[in-house]
Write a protein that binds this ligand. Structure first.
Ligand SMILES: C[S@@+](CC[C@H](N)C(=O)[O-])C[C@H]1O[C@@H](n2cnc3c(N)ncnc32)[C@H](O)[C@@H]1O
Length: 248
């Protein structure tokens, strides 16, 4: 079981697989006023940066589930590096339908809401692991600037304009689902650059190390086209944020 190989190649050097930076993850951890010993569940935990740094900075206890074997291994190494391997556990697996045995203070899914079939389904899934008074974290894109056509939306790697909504509409949607939005930390263009531009050097180095790999043609094509596509579309139109929610 694994995710498509393209991500394991292009994001192999990422610690954070989203446009949020290490600084903003720290801001989010502080904003949530995490207590030592608080339990945190992270569906689609990637390379574990959120859980590992929050265990280090705030003493939380975390469980992360991720479908990428590589990212899960990297998460375990990061936990050891930060000296928090006794406080965080990383499971390689499909997080769809995952409900924790013990209820948690924070239940998160940052940038992987397809795990619950979309935003509403993922909130519903996370709510099943949440203790009373707990917080759900959803990391999700929104339109910072509405694309004028579906072709422009496709340039942002969305299926169509309707795949995402504006920030105000997204916040309203959380309300319609019965949740108060109690905090948010939004990505900016610098954060997008760290997420997207960091893939380019990784691809270049991978190509140099793997010239005869079957995948080399695809990676070459991607490295050639990505900087211009990204600057024309994603960087221009797409926002991303983490939203902290509490049931009303
Ligand atoms: C955009 S990345 C976000 C990773 C992490 N939340 C972060 O911010 O660094 C999406 C993650 O979801 C994982 N993923 C995709 N489908 C999954 C599934 N069905 N179950 C668990 N993880 C999944 C991918 O391996 C990837 O690590």
């Amino acid at each position: 079981m694994d995710i498509p190989r393209i991500f394991n190649v292009t994001e192999s050097a990422h610690r954070i697989h989203n446009p949020i930076t290490a600084e903003k993850l720290a801001t989010l951890g502080a904003a949530l006023r995490l207590e030592p010993g608080a339990r945190v569940l992270d569906l689609g935990s990637g390379s574990g940066e959120m859980l590992c740094t929050w265990a280090c900075d705030h003493g939380v206890i975390g469980t992360g589930i991720d479908m990428s074997q590589l990212f899960t291994e990297q998460a375990k190494l990061r936990a050891e590096e930060l000296g928090v391997a006794d406080r965080v556990k990383f499971i390689h697996g499909d997080a769809a339908g995952y409900v924790s045995g013990e209820k948690v203070s924070v239940a998160a899914c940052l940038g992987a809401t397809w795990i619950g079939g979309g935003v509403a389904g993922t909130i519903e899934l996370l709510a099943r692991s949440l203790q009373a008074g707990g917080i759900i974290l959803i990391g999700e894109p929104y339109w910072r600037k509405l694309p004028p056509t579906d072709d422009v939306a496709k340039g942002c790697l969305a299926d169509s304009i309707s795949e995402f909504v504006t920030l105000a509409e997204l916040l309203a949607r959380f309300g319609q689902l019965g949740y108060d939005v109690v905090e948010m930390v939004l990505a900016d263009e610098d954060g997008w650059d760290r997420y997207e531009a960091a893939k380019w050097l990784t691809m270049r180095r991978w190509l140099e190390a793997n010239p005869d790999d079957d995948f080399a043609k695809d990676i070459r094509a991607k490295l050639t086209s990505e900087p211009e596509r990204y600057a024309t579309y994603t960087r221009e139109y797409l926002g991303w944020g983490v939203f902290a929610l509490m049931p009303r």
